[in-house]
Write a protein that binds this ligand. Structure first.
Ligand SMILES: Nc1ncnc2c1ncn2[C@@H]1O[C@H](COP(=O)(O)OP(=O)(O)O)[C@@H](O)[C@H]1O
Ligand SMILES: [Mg+2]
Length: 268
């Protein structure tokens, strides 16, 4: 199995650990009851890059993504071994899951806005965190919607139901809702798979803007999307990382035959 740990050459020509690693995963195994879904996954995720996770359906991409903010904790019978260190802290050794999920936000496959106004959807998290000042909330809502490239489309209808927006607009409001919590990391699980091509393009353009500010991990089964938006790509198969490299390498000269077969569409 590939060890997806990042290294670079020092001035003296030695291999040394890469700098600016935001998330460091080592020997991660995950079981759903008796069934093992992740096998010895080790990977480094660099700060302010977009890391794409690709691989056929059922290979563990979503499972792995959810381990990064402990969303699997919500599923009965899940057992995990190994470590995930974010900013020097092993997230499974700390019990502050609320703080973790603030730092590591998530956007899901289908837009999952609450049946309330656009404004209230974005202000919801900050309010739960105790922000009550109206001017402050107004500011967070505007900044977050701008950050998700949807402000101009919704600024005149902030108090109307979020569910009246198109699917693509709703997904960008979901991204705004994640941004409103001021996370460092945003996890996205096939965020455009329910969107039309034009909305997909808008989200992809947005991702490119967002990586100035955030570390992004995105699951996609759209290979063109991985190639367009990501800096590095990890190829998963049967719960293992087979290969992890710069995206251009994965799509042009991968080392592993299975990676090549997958990215050229021979299976999956
Ligand atoms: N809640 C769950 N309970 C039991 N098995 C699950 C659960 N979620 C996923 N799995 C299994 O774990 C494996 C990986 O699934 P998943 O992470 O969803 O794959 P992917 O996102 O790559 O399609 C699959 O075999 C799937 O059936
Ligand atoms: Mg999935």
């Amino acid at each position: 199995m590939a060890i997806a740990i990042l290294e670079r050459e020092s001035a003296a020509g030695e291999k040394v650990p890469e700098t600016n690693i935001k998330i460091s995963v080592r020997n991660l195994n995950l079981f759903y009851g008796e069934k093992q879904a992740l096998f010895e996954v080790s990977i480094d995720i660099k700060e302010k890059e977009i890391t794409a996770l690709i691989g056929p359906s059922g290979c563990g991409k979503s499972t792995f993504l959810r381990t990064l903010n402990r969303m699997n904790d919500l599923i009965d019978g899940v057992k995990i071994s190994g470590s995930i260190v974010i900013d020097g802290q092993d997230i499974y050794k700390s019990n502050d899951v609320i703080k973790l999920r603030t730092k590591v936000g998530m956007v899901f496959q289908k837009p999952n806005l609450f049946p309330m106004s656009i404004y209230d959807n974005v202000a919801y998290g900050p309010k739960m965190h105790g922000i009550r000042n109206k001017a402050k909330l107004d500011q967070i809502v505007e900044e977050s919607l701008r950050g998700a490239a949807i402000w101009d489309e919704v600024k005149d209808r902030l108090k109307t139901s979020a569910l009246g927006l198109s699917g693509g607009q709703q997904q960008r409001v979901c991204i705004a809702r994640a941004i409103a919590m001021k996370p460092d990391v945003i996890l996205m699980d096939e965020p455009t798979s329910a969107l039309d091509p034009i909305s997909t393009l808008k989200v992809e353009e947005l991702l490119d803007e967002m990586k100035k500010d955030y570390t992004i991990v995105i699951v996609t089964h759209n290979m063109q999307q991985a190639a367009r938006v990501s800096d590095r790509t990890a190829f998963f198969l049967n719960g293992e990382i087979i290969e992890f490299a710069e995206t251009s390498k994965i799509f042009s000269t991968p080392d592993d035959q299975r990676t090549e077969d997958y990215v050229t569409g021979r299976f999956g």
